[in-house]
Write a protein that binds this ligand. Structure first.
Ligand SMILES: O=C(O)CCC(=O)C(=O)O
Length: 244
């Protein structure tokens, strides 16, 4: 793999690069107070999950449904207003997950795209494939148009740098649509990843189709992220987003 380099991609030029690159770092989005409130609410949930899951590390899921603070935050005009502007249409939150990479939960995630959405019911529908149940919730791979219109906003509640398990991405890879496995390894060896260093209170805005991965932290301390996914359209054929 090529060595990882840091290139500039910040909101200093507005969101003009977002369509091309499929991601953008927003250096300051959430106040210190909001970070503290979210961290105080969500960290104990993650710790409880780790204790009960015994080594099975995953985020705390379904937070739009179970946590009023997250739900209110995800729907706040400050956040949706920004995302509507980037999307060019009204978006709404459909999934919220809390991740805390730390000494007890120091995972790696291989290169992938986020292809699955959570839905309320299994209704066979043309273009919807790969039905599964994850963490008790029905998931399916929707047609590429639905994924391409979605936005993911990852809000950082701690400073995150390259040594701290930052997400790495392949710029513009979202423009290839759904990428086959062999093509994923071709793109990730041929291209230099961008390491998404994000300060506390900042956020990474990205398309779910963007190739991304993360390494374990080298000097692990908390790397808390509230991961919010937004959709731009209703689902067809009576299907419904699980968390809308
Ligand atoms: O937060 C991470 O380290 C990885 C999360 C991720 O890859 C995902 O949500 O798809």
């Amino acid at each position: 793999m090529n060595s990882e380099v840091r290139i500039q991609n910040s909101e200093s030029n507005g969101f003009s690069r977002f369509a091309q690159d499929g991601f953008q770092i927003i250096h300051s989005l959430v106040t210190d107070d909001e970070c503290t409130r979210l961290a105080a609410e969500l960290t104990p949930l993650f710790e409880r999950q780790i204790k009960s899951a015994k080594n099975r590390i995953g985020g705390v899921r379904n937070l739009l449904r179970t946590n009023p603070l997250v739900s209110t935050f995800a729907k706040s005009p400050a956040i949706t207003g920004l995302l509507n502007q980037v999307a060019g249409s009204a978006v709404f939150p459909v999934r919220a997950i809390f991740f805390d990479k730390n000494p007890d939960a120091n995972w790696l995630v291989p290169w992938h795209q986020d292809l699955a959405i959570a839905v309320a019911k299994h209704i066979e529908t043309p273009g919807f494939t790969g039905w599964s149940i994850k963490h008790g919730t029905i998931h399916v791979h929707p047609p590429v148009e639905i994924l391409a219109a979605m936005l993911t906003l990852r809000i950082h509640l701690d400073d995150c740098d390259a040594s701290n398990g930052a997400l790495k991405v392949i710029a513009s890879s979202h423009r290839s649509g759904k990428i086959r496995t062999g093509e994923i390894s071709r793109q990730t060896t041929a291209r230099e990843p961008f390491i998404c260093e994000v300060p506390k209170g900042g956020a990474l805005l990205m398309r779910p189709l963007l190739l991304h991965a993360s390494s374990p932290a080298e000097s692990p301390h908390h790397r808390r992220v509230l991961h919010l996914e937004y959709a731009a359209q209703k689902l067809p054929n009576g299907l419904e987003w699980f968390d809308h």
